[in-house]
Write a protein that binds this ligand. Structure first.
Ligand code: THU
Length: 132
């Protein structure tokens, strides 16, 4: 699975975003070590704090299905109906969820605007001295 393919999957996932409050749609595509993809979108709530980010939606779907080993995640976010012109960096809560299931020295976060413009970080760069 190339980064380009994974980013296209994250873009697809973005179409499912439920974001009537921020109007910011985010999609994520999480790749397991066995090569399966789990998609996630952000799911907002009128009370705001119950909102779930795209990354966590993808992780929780995968973990429910019994997955425990992950190699990378692609994330694409932008105002609804628009192409991304900024990279979406996972929030602190999502980084902590990644810490629970991923090796900080090898798990990759692919932050993308589109399949040709992206940056890759390992989890340890985004969550130095993370609690695990
Ligand atoms: N959001 C994500 O889904 N992932 C991120 O990495 C950053 C933020 C969502 C949460 C909320 O629904 C919207 O984007 C605006 O913050």
């Amino acid at each position: 699975m190339t980064n380009t393919e994974l980013i296209l999957e994250a873009k697809k996932a973005r179409e499912r975003a439920y974001a009537p409050y921020s109007h910011h749609s985010v999609g994520a595509a999480l790749l397991t070590k066995s090569g399966k993809i789990y998609h996630g979108c952000n799911i907002e709530n009128a009370a705001y704090t119950p909102t779930n980010c795209a990354e966590r939606t993808a992780f929780f779907r995968a973990v429910y299905e019994g997955e425990r080993e992950f190699s990378k995640i692609a994330v694409v976010g932008a105002p609804k109906g628009m192409e991304a012109d900024l990279l979406t960096a996972p929030c602190g809560v999502c980084r902590q969820v990644m810490m629970e299931f991923c090796d900080p020295d090898s798990f990759e976060i692919v932050m993308a605007k589109n399949p040709d413009e992206y940056q890759i970080y390992i989890l340890d760069e985004l969550m130095p001295l993370g609690f695990g």
